[in-house]
Design a protein around this ligand. Sequence first.
Ligand code: ZN
Ligand code: ZN
Ligand code: ZN
Length: 363
Amino acid sequence: MSREARLRRARELCAEANLGALLVPPSPDLVYLTGYDPPALERATLLVVRTGADAVLVVPELERPLAEASSAAGLVDIVSWTDEMDPYAALVELAPGSGTVAVGDRLWASHLLALSRLVPGVTFVPSSRALPLLRAIKEPEELARLSAAARGADAALEDVVSGPFLGTREADVAAALAASLLAHGHESVAFTIVGSAQGAASPHHAPGERRIRDGDAVVMDFGGRVGGYCSDITRTVVAGEADRELARIHEIVLRAQEAGVRAVRPGAAASEVDRACREVIAESGYAERFVHRTGHGIGLEEHEPPWISAGNDEPLRSGMTFSVEPGIYLPGRFGVRIEDIVAVTDDGVQRLNEAPRVLRSVN
Ligand code: ZN
Ligand code: ZN
Ligand code: ZN
């Protein structure tokens, strides 16, 4: 879809959601709609998408050259404000004075507070809540980039499982993952979680100085960007030999992940995917130890709608991409998580990650 078409669609979604306007700060939404990616600073930059009129990009005067050199220039009118002016006064003229206005989740609180003082009659709502479908249904070009990112992450994992692990610090494995992502087509690395033993029980563990020992579960959850689109994969391996408990828990998580992926099809509720994973884990007695939602959408952001959680009954649609990542975490001991990115197809699901999911022994 061209950017013109995306802007048109944003306007249609605003109308359907009864929104007077959508205010888009520097963010993935702004990149998606206009291709403009300025710094998100204290001076207000906002794209105003209105239902009844053309979109306008409001920028600080000193960033006008940046905006005019960007792909936004041919798409929307550019209005600038100087440091002597009140930027919010300019914005208030463009946006409605009553009703509901959606604001990008990443709009600075200082900007939103200033705006809401000027237009007390407007109810502001977060755009991720008001317009969850804005970026959720991927176009073929976006799917191709997400696939390329997933393939690069798979390849990085294959590099790193060859070792070394035993006696190596978590931080060293994380550094190896980062280097491998870059070697496999990623333009940047977003995060590299490596948690061993009790560190594996903390889903967002920060890799540290701990050296990996024989029998440790090692959770590796990492990703970066290819062509602006994110990768995100998790595999759990064992250093040396797995004991029976680790092997059993890994097998439960693997079955849960497969059940979750099988539940993905157009028309199914997002919550059904969560339930499919959770049921397998609950039947095995670990319901309380699966401490997070099953997954999140992925695209220009690592975490974006749709949320694959118990509370989200929105139907899945062809072209949506998200993670399926159940886990079991035993605090103070170890944890297991398995994560793939999947795409909803016209008649089911396609996994974008294909790295082996069985419990592999590493050295
Ligand atoms: Zn996470
Ligand atoms: Zn992840
Ligand atoms: Zn994830």
